[in-house]
Design a protein. Structure first.
Length: 262
């Protein structure tokens, strides 16, 4: 079954990093002849399972040839990714004369994304779960990207990093806009994210007793829908470019051909 996709492309970089990368728009960062946006679009199309793809970003994205692989490139609908996701859902509603049952949301700063990483995640998502989130275990991430550690969330059942693709029921997104906005604002801080779950969860997190199942149950209670962590996903879903060191690492690895062969 074809899956419609929304690609938020509003992320910016600044200063020396933007000068080094040649752009202030993360989706338009060039890596060995292709922008990040082109790489994401190609990976989605090559799955053979992509339906309509809508990109939401600033005017520079709409004017750039990188967006030609999308069905639509929309102007930003607000200052945050959640606002732009809702903007994309409205476009899909009009294009389809109704919302899709599920939509795939993928950030546009994943230099190593492959068709296999996408299909592996989609195939692992339970049909009864409203919002599916990929989790990658520390050992799997560092085996794929040796020598390049990231911040992990320490839970009783392991250390994990969050992937940057989500499969969701659009109605669940619309109903929970305020909470999704809060989670987006807190995404760079482990404590801020856990605080959204409530005081008892902060205590359980600090003493190392919090589990994935605990978080799933609490999210279900808060959101009024079923949310689930999808384990065993490809590490390529979690390597995003926020910092110059990540950009340089991706440029080096892709230059060796390792990103294409993974």
């Amino acid at each position: 079954m074809a899956i419609d996709a929304i690609l938020p492309a509003g992320g910016r970089i600044h200063g020396g990093f933007a000068e080094e990368a040649g752009t202030e728009i993360k989706a338009l960062i060039p890596l060995h002849g292709r922008t990040l946006l082109e790489r994401i679009l190609a990976a989605l199309r090559d799955t053979g399972r992509a339906g309509r793809i809508v990109v939401i970003g600033p005017d520079e994205v709409a004017a750039h040839p990188a967006g030609r692989g999308a069905d639509a490139v929309l102007a930003e609908g607000g200052p945050s990714s959640p606002a732009n996701i809702l903007h994309g859902l409205e476009w899909l509603r009009e294009a389809r004369s109704g919302l899709p049952d599920r939509v795939l949301i993928v950030t546009t700063d994943l230099p190593f994304l492959t068709p296999g990483a996408i299909t592996g995640f989609l195939d692992a998502c339970p049909s009864e779960v409203d919002i599916c989130v990929p989790l990658i275990r520390r050992e799997e991430y560092e085996a794929r990207f040796p020598g390049f550690a990231v911040r992990y969330v320490r839970l009783r059942d392991g250390r994990w990093t969050l992937g940057c693709a989500f499969l969701a029921d659009p109605q669940a997104i619309i109903r929970n806009r305020a909470r999704i906005e809060a989670a987006f604002a807190a995404r760079k801080s482990q404590i801020a994210m856990i605080r959204l779950l409530g005081p008892m969860f902060i205590v359980r997190f600090v003493v190392g007793r919090l589990t994935i199942a605990d978080i799933e149950r609490r999210c279900a209670a808060l959101l009024g829908c079923a949310g689930g962590a999808v384990l065993g996903c490809a590490p390529e879903l979690a390597f995003d470019i926020d910092l110059p060191k990540e950009y340089r690492y991706a440029a080096e690895q892709l230059g060796r051909g390792e990103g294409a062969s993974a």
